[in-house]
Design a protein around this ligand. Structure first.
Ligand SMILES: [Zn+2]
Length: 390
C-alpha cells in the first residue's frame, strides 16, 4: 500500500495545481483512478470551466455516507528556496518532499491507494471522495460542492478532512474570513493635498480602526474558549497604494483577514467597519470628490468548525487512530462548510502544518503509514459493520 501511495503522490505532486491555475488535469487523473476502481464519479466545474470539484462514491447509494475530503490546490512556490524541484517528488531520509506533499496531496494519495481495498468489499454505508479546488484562496470549491450536494439532496453523515494534523483528531478550529478593501480617491499634486482625496491616508485610518478592534476582540473571548489564542484575531496581510512622494494617491487597498471564534465577533467587525466608513471616512472623502468610494471584496468567508458534544466522526476516527482526546487547531479548513451541511466532521490527516506552505514541504513516510493504517482500519470497520448489520 505504501508503494502505491508513493507512486500516486508522485503523480499528484507533478500536477502544479497552484490555486491560480487549472486543476483539471489532476482531477481527471483522480477521476480515471476512481472509475477504474469501480467508483461512481462526478465532476462539478466552476464558472470559469478551468477548475472542478470531484465527488465520487463507492458502496451503496443514498444518505449516511462517510466523506474523505481533500483539496487539490497548493500554494505558490514563488520566493521560496527549495532544495529540489517542488513539483517532482523527492525522497530523502524517510521524507517525501514536494509542494503539496503534506498540504494535502499526501492524504489524497493515501485515500486513492486505498480505493481498490474499499471497492473490493461490500460496504455497509456509502464511502465518498470529495476533492475540491481553491481551498487555499478561501474554500471556494468546497462552498460550491456544498451547494451541489444540497441541490442533489444528498446528505452524507460524516466527513474526515485530511489536512495535516500529524494524524491527531481535530474537532474545532476558528473561522477564516479574508477581505480586500479598496479605496478610490482623487489624484492631485502633492503640494495641494486639499484638492485631492488621498486614498492611502484613508486606508491608514481604516487599518488603525481595524487594529483598535483587534485589541477590543481580546476582551470578548468566550468563557472557557479552548482556542489559541482564545479570542478572534485580525491580521493586516498587505497594504498597497500610491506611487511617488509628490502625487496624491488616488488608489489604495488593504488585504486583511479575521479568524472568528464565534459568529458574533465576525458580525461585530463587519458592522463596525461598515459604520466607520459610512459615518467617518466616506463623508470626508466625498466632500472633496463625490465619486470617492470604499468597497470591500470578500475573498472567502470560511466557517469555523465548532466542537460539538456528539460527533460520530470524532468517535470513529479516535477509535481508528487510538487517540483519546480531540483537539483544536488555529488554522482554517473546509470542515466548517461540511459541518454547516449538518455533518459530523473531524480534521485528521498526515504530515504537519509546520511544513505546509513552506520551502521543502515534506511528508514523512511514518506519517503516510499512520494515515494508511487509519484508512485500513476504516475499511475493516465498514466491512465489520456490514457483517454485524447483516
Ligand atoms: Zn490545506
Amino acid at each position: 500500500m505504501m508503494d502505491a501511495s508513493k507512486q500516486i503522490l508522485a503523480d499528484l505532486i507533478a500536477f502544479p495545481t497552484v490555486s491560480a491555475e487549472s486543476n483539471l488535469a489532476m482531477i481527471h487523473y483522480i477521476a480515471d483512478h476512481l472509475t477504474d476502481c469501480g467508483a461512481r464519479v462526478e465532476l462539478f466545474r466552476d464558472k470559469s470551466g478551468k477548475k472542478a470539484n470531484l465527488f465520487a462514491t463507492l458502496g451503496p447509494e443514498g444518505d449516511g455516507g462517510i466523506v474523505l475530503s481533500g483539496h487539490s490546490d497548493v500554494v505558490p512556490v514563488i520566493d521560496q528556496d527549495w532544495h529540489s524541484d517542488p513539483f517532482t517528488l523527492s525522497e530523502r531520509d524517510g521524507k517525501l518532499y514536494g509542494r503539496g506533499s503534506c498540504d494535502m496531496k499526501g492524504f489524497i494519495a493515501a485515500a486513492l491507494a486505498m480505493a481498490p481495498t474499499f471497492a473490493a468489499q461490500p460496504l455497509s454505508r456509502p464511502l465518498h471522495f470529495a476533492f475540491t479546488y481553491d481551498e487555499e484562496v478561501g474554500c471556494l470549491g468546497a462552498a460550491q460542492l456544498a451547494d451541489d450536494l444540497t441541490k442533489r439532496g444528498l446528505s452524507p453523515k460524516l466527513a474526515i478532512i485530511g489536512e495535516p494534523t500529524e494524524m491527531r483528531v481535530i474537532e474545532g478550529h476558528k473561522g477564516c474570513c479574508e477581505y480586500i478593501t479598496i479605496f478610490q480617491g482623487l489624484a492631485g499634486h502633492g503640494s495641494t493635498p486639499d484638492l485631492g482625496v488621498n486614498a492611502v491616508e484613508f486606508a491608514v485610518r481604516y487599518v488603525a480602526r481595524l487594529m483598535e478592534l483587534g485589541a477590543e476582540l481580546r476582551t470578548l473571548a468566550p468563557e472557557g474558549s479552548r482556542f489559541d489564542p482564545p479570542w478572534t484575531t485580525i491580521n493586516i496581510g498587505a497594504f498597497h497604494g500610491g506611487s511617488v512622494p509628490n502625487v496624491i494617491a488616488s488608489k489604495a487597498h488593504v488585504d486583511w483577514e479575521m479568524r472568528p471564534v464565534q459568529d458574533s465577533d465576525g458580525e461585530l467587525v463587519k458592522s463596525t467597519m461598515r459604520r466607520y466608513c459610512a459615518e467617518h471616512l466616506l463623508p470626508a472623502m466625498r466632500a472633496v470628490y463625490p465619486e470617492a468610494d470604499i468597497t470591500t471584496e470578500v475573498i472567502g468567508e470560511v466557517a469555523g468548525l465548532t466542537p460539538t458534544k456528539d460527533n460520530e466522526a470524532r468517535r470513529i476516527v479516535s477509535e481508528l487512530t487510538g487517540s483519546n482526546r480531540a483537539e483544536l487547531v488555529p488554522f482554517g479548513t473546509e470542515a466548517g462548510i461540511f459541518q454547516s451541511l449538518g455533518m459530523d466532521v473531524v480534521v485528521c490527516g498526515p504530515g504537519s502544518i509546520e511544513q505546509a506552505h513552506k520551502a521543502d514541504e515534506f511528508l514523512s513516510l511514518d506519517q503516510l503509514q499512520h494515515c494508511l493504517s487509519m484508512l485500513q482500519g476504516l475499511a475493516r470497520s465498514l466491512q465489520a459493520d456490514n457483517v454485524r448489520n447483516g
